[in-house]
Design a binder for this molecule. Structure first.
Ligand SMILES: *Cc1c(COP(=O)(O)O)cnc(C)c1O
Length: 260
């Protein structure tokens, strides 16, 4: 598909540079988060915005860092590890030429994680939102055990909100047993639960289920109180159901370019 058409110049947006558009989407989303917090009696300071930067270049991350955004989400190790390295390099060289120090990024891994990618992800990620099965837990424990200076990795247990046990994620009936194993694991810090609402118009049901699972988990571990839920299309609803970590992509970044 062509990136623009001849009548693009009639769009208001074309008068704005890409950076200005990013800025404007970023502040619009921040505004919507604040308004939804007010509506649902939530404290804005309790909410972490994770900007999902997948399919976007390191330059977008650098632009958002300059706006004060620190938390970024990625869903593929190959892309994320390269981007994290590129961003770190750009920050190091701008520090060398005396540019004002930006905030350092923190990377959240939000996608399905293969066990053989765990070693790589642990090098740059500060949290993994997609701990969804015992074999991944074992891989994390094994890699963390190799560290001489152990930095605990924050993890969210990803929930399977369907009745289909073959789908990814942990079903509510298995949550306590799985969480008990996570809590016993050295080098892992259990932050809470994560869920993706289905696209069938039943987000309220799904976010309600995530919130109940969180309550179930907090009876076992009061510190594991965080809820990673809410994306571009449903974050305001998620804030009504206790979400603490919003994973927002396109509403801030603009459409992703899927290269085939
Ligand atoms: C891509 C992605 C998001 C962001 O989705 P948007 O609809 O672009 O906001 C959030 N969570 C996960 C797990 C994702 O893969």
């Amino acid at each position: 598909m062509a990136p623009h058409t001849d009548d693009d110049h009639t769009d208001d947006a074309s008068a704005m540079s890409e950076l200005e558009q990013l800025q404007s989407r970023y502040s619009a989303v921040q505004q919507r988060i604040s308004e939804a917090c007010a509506l649902h009696g939530r404290n804005r300071d309790d909410i972490t915005l994770v900007v999902v930067s997948k399919f976007h270049p390191a330059s977008l991350v650098l632009n958002l860092l300059a706006l004060g955004q620190q938390q970024f989400g990625e869903n593929k190790d190959q892309e994320a590890s390269a981007k994290a390295a590129e961003v770190a390099e750009a920050l190091a060289s701008s520090a060398l030429v005396g540019h004002q120090a930006l905030v350092l990024p923190e990377w959240h891994f939000v996608g399905q994680l293969q066990s053989n990618k765990v070693k790589s992800v642990l090098r740059y990620a500060s949290a993994i939102h997609s701990l969804d099965r015992p074999s991944l837990l074992q891989a994390l424990i094994k890699e963390q055990a190799k560290e001489t200076e152990l930095q605990p990795i924050g993890v969210f247990i990803e929930l399977n909100l369907t009745d289909d046990a073959n789908r990814g994620g942990v079903q509510s009936a298995n949550l306590e047993a799985f969480a008990t194993d996570v809590l016993a694991a050295p080098g892992l810090s259990l932050l809470g639960v994560m869920g993706v609402a289905s696209l069938d118009g039943q987000e309220q049901r799904d976010f309600g289920a995530i919130q109940s699972a969180s309550e179930q988990l907090q009876r076992l571990s009061p510190e594991a109180k965080f809820i990673s839920a809410g994306m571009s299309n449903d974050f305001e609803t998620a804030l009504g159901f206790g979400a603490t970590h919003l994973r927002i992509g396109t509403a801030i970044t603009g459409p992703r370019q899927y290269l085939t």
